[in-house]
Write a protein that binds this ligand. Structure first.
Ligand SMILES: [Zn+2]
Length: 67
């Protein structure tokens, strides 16, 4: 049980889906944050990952775009 990092709905059944890691450097320490997601979001993540694997090459989208 824990908080889902995707929907942040708080205390619910979650599974570990990965880990957020940041290397240490000047001014900050190295951190590793385990990521937990609820069942619904885990399914969503699985879809996102499958999608990303299907089309690994994506054009770079700059911060600004003319809309
Ligand atoms: Zn969730």
């Amino acid at each position: 049980m824990g908080a889902c990092f995707m929907c942040q709905r708080g205390y619910r059944a979650v599974v570990a889906v990965g880990e957020l890691a940041r290397l240490g450097g000047p001014g900050h320490e190295a951190i590793e944050i385990p990521l937990y997601a609820c069942g619904a979001c885990e399914g969503q993540l699985t879809l996102m990952i499958a999608d990303a694997l299907r089309s690994p090459v994506r054009p770079y989208v700059p911060e600004w775009h003319p809309h």
